[in-house]
Design a protein around this ligand. Structure first.
Ligand SMILES: NC(=O)c1ccc[n+]([C@@H]2O[C@H](COP(=O)([O-])OP(=O)(O)OC[C@H]3O[C@@H](n4cnc5c(N)ncnc54)[C@H](OP(=O)(O)O)[C@@H]3O)[C@@H](O)[C@H]2O)c1
Length: 378
C-alpha cells in the first residue's frame, strides 16, 4: 500500500505543488465530493482523496483533469498514515470517527485540521488537543457545515443583535428527498435513542432525542410545524463559546409525518430496535431507497431574553442540498486556513468566523433576518 501511495503522488500537472497537499478523508462521499470539487477549482495544490475503497477513490479522482490522488485509508487501521501525512498541510475529515489517533498526529505535527462531525463526544476529545495544536502551530476548526456550522454562526448573529441574550433555539428542517450519505444517515440512527444534557437557565438539564418537541414556522412556510429535540453538537458548543444560558437544537423534516412517526417510535420504546446493528443496517438501506419529497433544508435560530416573552430576533438560511451547503462552508474554511494567518489552537467555526464572511458561498441560498419588535416593560 505504501508504494501505491508513493507512486500515486506524482503530480500530473507541473503547475501544481505536491509539497503541500490537502488530504480529504471521505473525499468521495456526499459531502467530500463537494469539498474536493470546490478545492480543485480554488487551490493549485495536490488534493488527496481517501477512504476505505481505493476503487471508489480512483473512480472519483479520474473525473478531474488535475491532480487529485486516490488513496486507501481506514481510520480504524492507520498503518500507512505517517507516510501519507508527510507533505500534508491540511486534513479535512468528512466522516465520523471514534479513533483520535489521526487528529492527535495532525495536532502534534502542525498539520491544520477541519472536521464536519456533529458528534459532541468526539468534538470534546479534539478540544482537549488545544495545547498540542498551540505548541505545533496547527489550527483545527470544528463545527463546520450546516448543523453544526451555519447554525453556530446564526446563533452568533443572534448574540450580536440581542446583547443581553439568554436563550437560543436552533431549528433544522431536512428534506427527505435530499441525498444523504451512509455516514450521515447512520449518525442520525445512532443518535435516535440518545440521552444528553442541554443548558437551561445556566444549568444542565437531562433530555432525550425525539422525546420533546417545539413548534416553529420555518422560512417560506405559513404554518407552524413540530421540531423534535436532537443531539446535534451546536447546542452544546454555543452555550459555552457564546456564553448563552439556554440553548437547544430541534430537528424536523419537510414531511412532518416522518417526525411524528419517529416521535411515536421513541415514545413507545420501539426505536430501541435501531440499536441492533442488523436492524440499523436494514433501516439505513431502506431510508436511502425511500427518498421522497423535497430536497430543501432550512436552519433557523430564534433568540431572546425571556422565553415567556418570546423570540426577539431570528435569522435563517434555506435552500436545497444539505451535503452541498456543508461542503461549500468547509471549502471556504479550508481556503481561509491556508491563505490567512489564523491563531494556532482548536476552535469552533464561530470563534474564527462570522456569517457575513460566507455570503459569497451562500449566494444560491436565502438568508433572512427578522427583529420582533416588542415593548419591553420598564
Ligand atoms: N456539519 C454538518 O452540517 C453535516 C452535514 C452533513 C453530514 N455531516 C457529517 O458528515 C459526515 C459525512 O456525511 P456524508 O453524507 O458525506 O456521508 P458519506 O457519503 O457516507 O461519506 C462518508 C465518507 O467517509 C468514508 N469513510 C467512512 N468510514 C471511513 C473510515 N473508517 N475510514 C476512512 N474513510 C471512511 C466513506 O468511504 P468508505 O465507506 O468507502 O470508506 C465516504 O467516502 C457524516 O459524519 C455526517 O454526520 C455533517
Amino acid at each position: 500500500m505504501r508504494s501505491k501511495i508513493a507512486s500515486d503522488r506524482v503530480s500530473r500537472n507541473p503547475n501544481e505543488s505536491t509539497d503541500n497537499s490537502v488530504l480529504i478523508v471521505g473525499g468521495y462521499g456526499q459531502v467530500g465530493q463537494v469539498i474536493t470539487r470546490g478545492l480543485s477549482k480554488s487551490l493549485p495544490i495536490e488534493l488527496i482523496v481517501a477512504g476505505r475503497s481505493l476503487r471508489r477513490a480512483t473512480n472519483f479522482s479520474n473525473q478531474f483533469d488535475r491532480n487529485v490522488v486516490p488513496v486507501r485509508l481506514d481510520l480504524d487501521n492507520l498503518s500507512n498514515v505517517d507516510e501519507l501525512l508527510k507533505n500534508v498541510q491540511l486534513v479535512i475529515m468528512c466522516t465520523d470517527q471514534t479513533n483520535l489517533d489521526l487528529v492527535a498526529r495532525c495536532m502534534n505535527l502542525g498539520i491544520h485540521y477541519v472536521d464536519i462531525t456533529a458528534s459532541i463526544g468526539f468534538i470534546r476529545t479534539v478540544e482537549a488537543l488545544n495545547a498540542d495544536a498551540r505548541r505545533s502551530g496547527a489550527v483545527a476548526v470544528l463545527s463546520v457545515g450546516l448543523s453544526p456550522g451555519l447554525t453556530n454562526l446564526l446563533a452568533k448573529r443572534c448574540k450580536s443583535r440581542v446583547p443581553d441574550l439568554k436563550f437560543v433555539d436552533i431549528f433544522l428542517v431536512l428534506g427527505l428527498g435530499d441525498v444523504h450519505g451512509d455516514s450521515a444517515i447512520d449518525w442520525m440512527l445512532e443518535n435516535l435513542n440518545s440521552r444528553y444534557s442541554v443548558m437551561e437557565k445556566g444549568k444542565p438539564k437531562s433530555v432525550g432525542s425525539f422525546l420533546e418537541y417545539k413548534k416553529t414556522t420555518f422560512p417560506g412556510e405559513n404554518k407552524e410545524q413540530r421540531a423534535y429535540r436532537f443531539n446535534f453538537s451546536d447546542q452544546h458548543v454555543v452555550a459555552r463559546t457564546l456564553q448563552v444560558s439556554s440553548v437547544s437544537t430541534w430537528l424536523s423534516f419537510t414531511s412532518p409525518v416522518a417526525g411524528w412517526f419517529i416521535y411515536l417510535l421513541r415514545k413507545t420504546g420501539v426505536s430501541r430496535l435501531f440499536d441492533w446493528p442488523l436492524i440499523r443496517q436494514l433501516s439505513l438501506k431502506a431510508l436511502k431507497a425511500l427518498r421522497f419529497g423535497s430536497r430543501r433544508f432550512s436552519v433557523k435560530a430564534e433568540a431572546g431574553v425571556d422565553r415567556k416573552k418570546g423570540c426577539e430576533f431570528e435569522c435563517s438560511v434555506s435552500g436545497s442540498g444539505e451535503a452541498r451547503v456543508t461542503g461549500l462552508i468547509a471549502v471556504k474554511v479550508a481556503e481561509q486556513l491556508l491563505s490567512s494567518s489564523l491563531p494556532p489552537g482548536v476552535f469552533h467555526i464561530e470563534e474564527l468566523f462570522d456569517l457575513n464572511q460566507f455570503v459569497d458561498e451562500l449566494e444560491e441560498y436565502q438568508i433572512r433576518e427578522t427583529t420582533v419588535l416588542k415593548q419591553r416593560s420598564v
